[in-house]
Design a protein around this ligand. Structure first.
Ligand code: PLP
Length: 394
């Protein structure tokens, strides 16, 4: 009897299994490997969040919730965005609570993109965007920011739009950026907003690392372009709550109504007791969470110096908790091969830069996460240094 043919969507068949998945599987089988790969905050979830969540469970807050998000949480999101980034929205109808930013991105892509529509993606970029775009039927129109120290400029946007072979309706903008740590000043954002407006681009702004900026304050693009911005954010990174799965979307009401339609098909609502925990998190003062940022800042300095001492070329990261490092010149320019050698020989896992980009230029880089605690960083960089010194001596 012949095997039945699996009726798969060809877009999905094209993205899985990808090269990074294979690399990660191999790496995870290596005994004694130290991971410098995860975007996982090296902190416990703050006590007020845990207490509020536990109290909500005891209070039987465990039934179907409001599919757009509990009104109290949407209200807390509005207050938080006003307090932290001076963003004002008319009301809770402008907010959708999602299962993390990951789900938010998929809901937005499905809402905005008719099949075959282009989405500008400044690269290097968080890999999930590429899969979400394929699933939504959109087409990535990548912009290579490597030549400008990973910073997007109006000129790069204009040039890419001029050359695009599909209609371009929107841009996925992420800052502070994963994987480069690059972020933007108020003036740079104002210039980009003007360019987005002139080109009728909707901006999906993934600001999940907004609370982790080290050298200057974070400004939201929505301050400059309120009518064409959809802001996504969440508590995974700022509040060390990756496992709680809380994200949120804010934007003009007409588009939010449509996004909510898509969201409610994907995730009816995240657990109500988790939402109560998230309210407690959003109500915490920034100063109550500063200890995390201060510690990341120390880890950033330590990691940047360790890498520079080994001969990596590192762009100074202003935010998030990643370093995108050009591999030392005497180790070639193939990030996949270098990362594979580091994993097998030094027993340190990093992510090859090419996993974040369609452009060959990213292949000379690796991404290192300094979210891990200091002990892990010392161990990982120590092993990497031994490997590099031995290889140089041979
Ligand atoms: N957006 C970016 C840029 C990220 O780096 C990550 C996680 O690493 C996410 C979104 C995922 O966020 P969430 O945990 O809210 O789904």
């Amino acid at each position: 009897m012949s095997e039945p043919i699996l009726p798969v969507n060809p877009e999905v068949a094209n993205i899985a299994p990808d090269k990074l998945l294979g690399f990660q599987k191999t790496v995870s089988t290596i005994d004694g490997i130290t991971f410098l790969t995860f975007g996982e905050p090296g902190f416990d979830t703050p006590a007020p969040v845990k207490e509020a969540t536990k109290a909500a469970i005891d209070d039987n807050r465990s039934h179907y919730g409001n599919s757009q998000g509990e009104p109290a949480l949407r209200q807390a999101v509005l207050a938080y965005m006003k307090d932290r980034y001076d963003l004002t929205y008319p009301g809770i109808e402008n907010v959708v609570i999602t299962s993390g930013v990951t789900e938010a991105i998929l809901a937005i892509f499905k809402t905005l993109l008719a099949p075959g529509t282009g989405m500008l993606i400044p690269e290097p970029a968080f890999g999930s965007y590429f899969s979400a775009l394929s699933v939504a039927g959109g087409i990535a129109v990548p912009i290579d920011t490597t030549k400008n120290a990973f910073k997007l400029t109006p000129a790069l946007v204009e040039e890419t739009i001029r050359q695009a072979v599909v209609p371009v309706k929107a841009i996925l903008f992420n800052y502070p950026n994963n994987p480069t740590g690059v972020t933007y000043t108020k003036d740079e954002l104002a210039a980009l907003a003007e360019c987005f407006k002139a080109n009728d681009l909707w901006v999906i702004s993934d600001e999940i690392y907004a609370e982790l900026t080290y050298d200057h304050d974070h400004f939201s693009i929505a301050q400059f372009l309120p009518d064409q911005s959809i802001v996504v954010n969440g508590l995974s990174k700022s509040h060390a709550m990756t496992g709680y799965r809380v994200g949120f979307i804010l934007g003009p009401q007409a588009v939010m109504d449509l996004i909510q339609t898509v969201h409610s098909c994907q995730v009816y609502s995240i657990p109500t007791f988790v939402q109560d925990g998230a309210v407690a998190g959003l109500e915490m003062k920034r100063s109550d969470l500063d200890y995390m940022k201060e510690s990341y800042e120390e880890r950033r300095e330590y990691s940047r110096k360790a890498l520079a001492d080994m001969g990596y070329d590192v762009v100074s990261p202003d935010g998030a908790f990643y370093l995108f490092a050009k591999i030392p010149a005497d180790f070639g320019t193939d990030g996949w091969a270098f990362a594979e050698a580091l994993a097998q020989e030094a027993k340190v896992a990093v992510i090859p830069g090419a996993a974040f980009s369609h452009f060959d230029s990213a292949n000379a880089y690796i991404r290192i996460s300094y979210a891990a605690d200091m002990d892990q960083l010392e161990l990982g960089f120590g092993k990497m240094k031994d490997y590099i010194e031995k290889a140089r001596a041979n």
